[in-house]
Design a protein around this ligand. Structure first.
Ligand code: PAF
Length: 284
């Protein structure tokens, strides 16, 4: 079974693959796998000889210890799910401990992502993207993938990872993959595991509000679209809106005016039953 618990054993396997000229598609995860993760893995295997998956709840990217403690940990179930879906022959899985990655001090390095880190998740979760950069720099060096696959649900993370790879000059293609949704529209997320089935259904409101925003945006200004979405949340009591913003898709800078031929994206964070859910949608 190719489950590696230490980076040393992982590295020797990676060297073997390199010697044989096999390409690797990498899907880094924090576990509690769902169909969204499996679709990233499927895409990785479609274009590469080997699928590498890491399962690690990275402590340095959590700005809230309660959130870190509550994060679902289901490693054994995750490993079985991967093997059931893809077999064992072409798959390697890395399930390290905190010590294997960080030694005795789990601290982040500091990164400059040319401003992408100062808005939205970066502004609302201090240190989050330093933690993401630290773990991914480590994993990219150990796994040495040809390509790495990330879901667009974390669109800001995807842009930041592209910037990280560019700045570190790593020869890794970063592939963004479309958001997988539950039948009622809720974006698939490991955090959904913590919701009651009733709240899970209710949380589909988040995607519905994005779809309404997209329709409204066609004939209304940006401030007007933001006000409309905020009023949707004022008129119900179960979901608490943390932020709704419209940005340029390229720079992620929040915008107030529409310019011709620009691409805009709406980003939202809302809480239900103490669970923080994020989603986004391209508007134009
Ligand atoms: O998106 C995630 O699950 C995490 O941020 C990642 C990329 C695995 C880094 O810990």
């Amino acid at each position: 079974m190719m489950v590696f618990k230490t980076h040393k054993t992982l590295t020797s396997k990676v060297k073997e693959f390199k010697t044989k000229g096999l390409s690797t598609g990498f899907v880094p995860t924090m576990g509690a796998l769902h169909k969204g993760h499996l679709s990233l893995m499927e895409q990785a295997l479609e274009s590469n000889d080997i699928l590498a998956v890491s399962i690690f709840v990275n402590p340095t990217q959590f700005d809230n210890t309660g959130d870190l403690e509550k994060y679902p940990r289901t490693v054994e179930q995750d490993v079985s799910l991967i093997y059931e879906a893809f077999g064992k022959e072409k798959v390697i899985i890395y399930t390290p401990t905190v010590k294997d990655i960080y030694g005795h001090s789990p601290v982040s390095k500091k990164y400059n992502y040319d401003g992408l880190e100062h808005v939205m998740e970066g502004a609302n979760r201090p240190g989050h993207f330093d933690g993401v950069g630290t773990i991914l720099e480590f994993l990219f060096h150990k796994v040495q993938p040809d390509a790495a696959y990330f879901g667009e649900k974390d669109f800001q993370q995807l842009q930041i990872v592209k910037k990280l790879v560019e700045k570190l000059e790593l020869p890794i293609a970063i592939i963004g993959c479309a958001i997988k949704r539950e039948p009622h529209g809720l974006a698939m997320s490991s955090r959904n595991e913590r919701l009651s089935s009733d709240s899970r259904e209710y949380a589909a409101f988040i995607h519905k509000s994005l779809v309404k925003a997209r329709a409204h945006f066609k004939n209304h200004s940006i401030p007007d679209t933001i006000a409309m979405v905020e009023s949707l949340y004022h008129n119900q009591s179960r979901l608490k809106l943390e932020y709704f913003t419209i940005t340029s898709e390229e720079t992620l800078v929040p915008v107030k005016r529409k310019y011709h031929k620009h691409t805009y994206r709406a980003f939202i964070v809302a809480h239900i039953e103490d669970v923080r859910l994020i989603d986004n949608l391209r508007l134009s």
